[in-house]
Design a protein around this ligand. Structure first.
Ligand SMILES: *Cc1c(COP(=O)(O)O)cnc(C)c1O
Length: 357
């Protein structure tokens, strides 16, 4: 596959920015979008020239395969503005590699690296004013690829669209999160596509999560599809447990998504001298640790919230509460990572990626 490298992406600017209509102190996550979007189509066996156009509705055939077969993958990233006004991304190379891993699994053609980075940088510079300073303010970036071919034949499409849209967001606080450990439903299976950020993975979670909500929980902790004995993820986040002073999380696999936040937490924790065990985690050891009082923390990790502490869980009708700690690992890890993201601390790992100002 040959791709033309263009560092100059044509831009069609909006006539009037919508920025003045947005209340940046009162944002609902994912509901406002910046003025522009990045678009690149794939046809005749290759990605065509990308462009940036005003954000807005687009026309697509009712028989486009994405609607019928869910052939679509996406990413979730954020841009951060420091006190000087410089804009940064956090480990975007990981998102780039992952969207292509996801694409391969869903039989979608891989996207060229130059297009991804040049497109994103051009878009962020154009919509720079939408990124507000101050810890907690971010621009959520959503790259997405989907099958556009108009045909309901059940096979991979021969045309696709890759887009990047951006949504201003504030610090995500999910409230007190209680989770239900899944006893029946699963989000992924061995040999499946749980490791891919595929649209369908999310749709499949909605119903079991709704059922858990009716029981008073906020999210589901997913367990293995075979025995429901191994813990995999929490909602759409990776999940960590602190038993005593040890941090434990499951290894990534074809059932567990390789989260950028997850691997950043592991690195930060190890550098703080905390003992980290990456190994299969069983439901029974977590329940047992909760009973004897050695289970001190559970938290989810993901780009949206960075770290999402979990205050309690339910399993087989029984409720377990976690202690309230003054010096939780969750708070320490979040602070370390956020300080790197906002250029408030040194970045010994080279995780910050400059976009400019
Ligand atoms: C996106 C996602 C995560 C978190 O990944 P990050 O790279 O940390 O944002 C975890 N689990 C699932 C299922 C996801 O889709």
């Amino acid at each position: 596959m040959k791709n033309r490298v263009s560092t100059l992406i044509p831009v069609k600017k909006v006539a009037n920015s919508r920025i003045d209509q947005v209340d940046f102190n009162n944002l609902t996550f994912g509901s406002e979008f910046t003025d522009h979007m990045f678009v690149c189509d794939h046809k005749d066996g290759q990605w065509q020239s990308p462009k940036i156009v005003p954000y807005g509705d687009m026309s697509i055939s009712p028989s486009a395969r994405v609607f019928h077969y869910g052939q679509a993958v996406f990413e979730g990233m954020k841009a951060y503005k420091d006190d000087e006004g410089s804009v940064w991304l956090f480990r975007p190379d990981e998102n780039f590699k992952r969207i292509n891993r996801s694409s391969v699994r869903m039989a979608i053609p891989e996207f060229p690296e130059e297009f991804f980075f040049e497109g994103m940088k051009t878009l962020l510079k154009l919509d720079n004013d939408w990124i507000k300073k101050g810890v907690g303010n971010t621009l959520y970036i959503r790259p997405v690829v989907f099958a556009t071919q108009a045909s309901v034949l059940a096979s991979p499409a021969n045309t696709y669209r890759f887009m990047i849209i951006c949504s201003p967001a504030q610090a995500y606080y999910g409230g007190e999160v209680r989770v239900k450990i899944a006893e029946h439903y699963s989000r992924s299976a061995s040999g499946g596509f749980g490791y891919a950020k595929a649209a369908g993975n999310y749709a499949g979670q909605f119903y079991p999560t709704e059922l858990a909500k009716q029981e008073g929980f906020n999210q589901v902790i997913w367990t293995d599809a075979k025995e429901h004995e191994y813990i995999e993820e929490a909602g759409t986040m990776n999940v960590f447990f602190r038993i005593g002073d040890t941090l434990i999380t499951a290894p990534t696999s074809d059932r567990i998504l390789d989260g950028v936040t997850r691997k950043s937490v592991i690195t930060v924790a190890e550098d703080m001298g905390i003992s980290v065990e990456v190994r299969p985690v069983t439901v029974s050891e977590i329940v047992e640790a909760a009973r004897e009082g050695s289970l001190l923390e559970i938290f989810g990790s993901g780009t949206a919230a960075v770290i999402n502490p979990i205050v309690g869980f339910g399993y087989k009708g029984e409720q377990f509460e976690l202690p309230k700690l003054a010096d939780s690992y969750a708070t320490m890890f979040k602070e370390k990572i956020v300080n790197i993201q906002y250029n408030l601390a040194d970045d010994p790992y080279g995780w910050r990626y400059p976009v400019g100002s």
